[in-house]
Design a protein around this ligand. Sequence first.
Ligand code: ZN
Ligand code: ZN
Length: 340
Amino acid sequence: MKTSIRPRLLNGQTGDPALLLTLRWQGRSLLLDLGRIDHTPAAVLLPIEAVFVSHTHMDHFMGFDQLLRLFLARETTLRLYGPAGLADCVAGKLAGYTWNLTDDYAFAIDVTEIDDTMVSWRFRASRRFEREPLGPPRPFSGEVVSDDVVTVTAAPLDHRIVSMAYAVTERTHLNVRADALEATGLQPGPWLNALKAAVRAGAGDDTPIEVAPGRHRPLAALRDALLVVTPGQKIAYAVDVLFSPANARKLVRLAEGADLFFCEAPFLEEDIEQATRRYHLTARQAGALARAAAARRLEVFHFSPRYEGRYGEIAAEAHAEFAGPEVLYAELERGGAALS
Ligand SMILES: [Zn+2]
Ligand SMILES: [Zn+2]
């Protein structure tokens, strides 16, 4: 399939979590988690327009300072999303520096906390990064961002604090077949966008599309003759999660049908007690979740350094479970039953 989101773990499977998603042809990037990023060249980081933070444990957020320094003199607004408390963490970081020479800087940070509602604040360099409210709270029902290219959804999971999991889904690609259009004798025009919008909105087959003033054709006939429909790619991301029935249910729903599922696997199953005590997954649990979600590919990461020299075992355990024939965990069976 055509892949137009290019994912890259900036620190590989063993370093701090930071998953860069480059939207090809767009000149835009999204970053999932903000662990240390000091080995990544500036040119790779500059297209980042939004950062989705799972939680603010150090290994997921200490790259904030590096990104701030890189963006400070730019005329742009960086958007940050994450669980409740994120704005306090950002304010705390910003309070650690002196801002007497940034009055004419255009840079700003917009922080949105995701809870029952989504609440946003703006921190402007020109105002010494004072915290200002930004618009009224909006209800949160799973969707965090939706634009012409991608939709980002989120699920709050239990890590003894909230650890937010995310899924980034590209919109369906709709391309007009130029030769087919010519064959119909119709003139290209704004009606093609109206057709695409109607198809995206799931309008009925008989919906009339005005192809020329006063002249209509049914949606289905135009769609079938003229459009090449390519489903968008879906990438799911989950880190620092307890394997509990509630988490499994939410995560399976979020990652359902993902083309690629980036899932933490810090521990081997042999250390399941430790994993559970620390509110983390084992590799086998990661594999079971990916299979239950019917993900097409699983990429495990966030390995504990205790397994240095044995990292291959982690991936092998996760993938054996992912490819395995049975649901081994009662939690997933219960989760699955609740889903259907
Ligand atoms: Zn954590
Ligand atoms: Zn972590």
